[in-house]
Each structure stands twice: as structure tokens, then as C-alpha cells.
Design a protein around this ligand. Sequence first.
Ligand code: EPZ
Length: 420
Amino acid sequence: MDKFVIHGGRRLQGSVTISGAKNASLALMPTSLLAPGKYELSNTPRNRDVTTFSHLLESLGVQAELNGNTLVLDSSNITSHEAPYEQVKQMRASIYVLGPLVARFGEAKVSLPGGCNFGPRPIDLHLKGLEKLGANITLEGGYIHAHCKRLQGAHFHFDVSSVGASVNIMMAATLAAGHTTLTNVALEPEVTALALMLIKMGARIEGLGTTTLEIDGVDELKPVNDSTIPDRIEAATYLIAAAATRGSVTAHNVDAHHLTAVLQALEDSGCELDVTENSIHVNMDANPKPVDITTAPYPGYPTDAQAQWSAYMLNATGTARIKDTIYPTRFGYVPELHRLGATIDTDDSSCFVKGGARLTGATVMSSDLRASASLVIAAMMAEGESEILRVYHIDRGYASIETRLTELGASIRREQTAEY
Ligand code: EPZ
């Protein structure tokens, strides 16, 4: 198992090219189950979650090959409609095969995803949506069993704005007989990117960019090639890291429109920003002002960038409140930041970061993907050496982060540990 060794106190400087979005790739890959044939997805990030999803698709009979950043999927010969626990337990997004399998083959057996480090993550909307489209759903032996002759168009309202349920039900509705109306659909760019690919495949979807989608089902779709949008959360992480180290960094291959809430918060904290169509330059040479954030569904401040913000606020000239309305208990990183010398209180849905504490290096433990990004940022802010354990979490969503941070001037290296 790997760890990172980081010596803090260095300003990040230079430029970084942002990868394709993990959460867009994970939404595009299961479309290959909707129509037999070859798909090429360019700008695919080389991270562990993409590899895990490729293995899942391979267990269903899809051939998957990642050449550089182009993922080639061939779904000409699907051999199974079952997503086993061994695969699904590694990554919740595995549930995305459920909608396409039941829509195309009339049956699916998918393991329930199980628990998550940062709190309850139900999938009731995925199941209710498919039931509304006429699927017969039973839960048995830790598995979802879904059957139907053919899905039927219907009106389904998402009680909560859900990225995952929107992805699953939108894919399923494209092959349902008749018309489907989906309301309170998630607006995240990854959901819109999926809808655009489905339309390229021949789906009839209207209302993109709004919370209401009108979908006329078709009898069949066709395989296409597509390109993955930039990763707004990876971009946010590098921009916040730059500000936290009082650095000067340009992120390339970004879509600034996807980052309005994050850029507003950076500006409010005192950063200088220079934003173009596909690059963002941030410069920070002072301690930030304390800026409160409250996460919300897109275009609000993303929950996937709140832990990074908490680390940044450790340098602030006052106290900042970080409130998470999507995952109220997503503060597992706080005790680890305490180990670096941070002063942070928490309540039932927020943490309160008291800026100005002297941070010193320590050994800390990653608990999930974004929590580990927060620890890397804080370790770069701290004096001395830190060790970050269980970095397999960060490898899930950040391609070669230590190499890119080193190119920006950080002192970070990956080492093997005997830890189990
Ligand atoms: C997606 O997860 C992302 N994952 C998450 O990013 C991200 O944190 C989350 O959206 C919110 O933005 C991927 O895209 C693969 P949701 P997802 O369904 O789809 C409730 C990362 O770090 N809900 O939008 O699982 C749920 O409890 C990951 O990259 C239901 O109540 O999230 C939450 O409060 C972590 N019932 C809210 O909706 C359901 O059936 C939003 O969850 C589904 C969700």
C-alpha cells in the first residue's frame, strides 16, 4: 500500500493540464451497454475508478482498452447481466449498469453498493425511477433483481436532486416505449454531458440544462465516439492548493463555466484570478480572508470540493464555516487535520475552521477521495514532513497527482508502506 511523504512550505507555481472528468467518464462508459458496437471516449482520465469500471464492463462481456487517454469499448458481445458484489463494493457508480441492462435486455442483477465512509448514500431514487418505468424490482441476497418485458415511458420526479439517479433513469428512459418526463433532474455538467452523448447515439431528449427532461423512447441506439469534459473538481483542487500555498498557478483544459461557485469563493478570499475560455490563473500572496461556504447541487458550491476548502481556510485571518447540505456528515478529514495542528470544531452539518493555527507535519490517514486531497493540501501548508497513508483513495480520482504537484514545485513523493 502506498503513502505520500510531503515537505510543506513551498509555493505552487507554474501550470497544470486538467484531466477529463472522472464523474463524466463513469457516466459515459455504461452507455456502451445500450447499443452493441465500438465506442471511443477521448480525454478519458487515467485513474483507478475508470479502471474499476472497465473491469466491471469486462465482466459483462465488453472489451475495454485505454490507450493513452482514449478508452475504446466494444460491446458487440454482452455475455452477462450481473454486476457482482466483488466489483460493485469497490465503487458506488457501478450501479450505473442497472438502468442500461434492464432497458436493453429486460433483466439485470446488480449488487447493492453497501456503505460509504462519509455517510448514508441511499439508491432509492434509482429503484423508484425504474419501477416507475415499469421494471419489477426485488432485493434479495444483497442484490437488486430487475425484470421487465420493455420499459414504458412515464413521469418521474426526483424527490432529491441526484446525479446518479438522473444518470441511471435518463439512460433507461431512452429505450423505454413512449414518452418519459423527468423532473428535478440534476444539472451537474456530467449529467448534461451524458445527455449530449445519448442524443449523438440517437436518443430523443429535450430540456438539457433545465431540471425537466422530455424523452421519447426509441427502439435502438447506435454506438458513437465522444470526448470527456474537463474535471471541474480536479481543477478546483489544484486552484485551491495553489491559493493555500500562496502560489501562482494556471490550470489548462478547464471549463470555467463549470466552476463559478468555486471561483467566486476564491475571489472572495482575496485571490487574483485571470479566467479565459479554457484556462484559469490564480495568484495568492497573502493569507486569505475567511470565506464561509455552503455546498449545494450544481451550480452551487460542490460537496466534492468542500474538504479542500477547509484545508485552505486553515491559513485564513479568521474563522470560516463549511456547511455540507448534500452529505452533512462528510467531515471525516477533520480529526486528521487536527493531527497537523488545526483548530476546527464541528456540528451536525458543518465545520468551523479557525484560521492562523501553526501547522506542523504529522502522519495522517486518508478516508476517502476528497478527504485525502484535503490532507495533501494541508500537508503542503504545514512546516516539516508529513506522511499521508492509504493514498489508494486519492488514486481513485486524481491521475498521477504527486508528479503534477512536483512539477508545480511541491516536495511530494510516493512510497510503499508495510501498512495493511
Ligand atoms: C455523485 O454521487 C458523485 N459521484 C459524487 O462524487 C458527488 O459527491 C455527488 O454526486 C454529489 O455531487 C459520481 O458522479 C460518480 P447523488 P451520487 O445521487 O450520484 C441523495 C467524488 O468524490 N440520494 O447526487 O452518489 C444522497 O444521499 C464523488 O467524486 C437519495 O436520497 O450522489 C445525497 O444526499 C463522491 N437517494 C444526494 O441525494 C438516491 O437514490 C445527492 O446524491 C440517490 C441520492
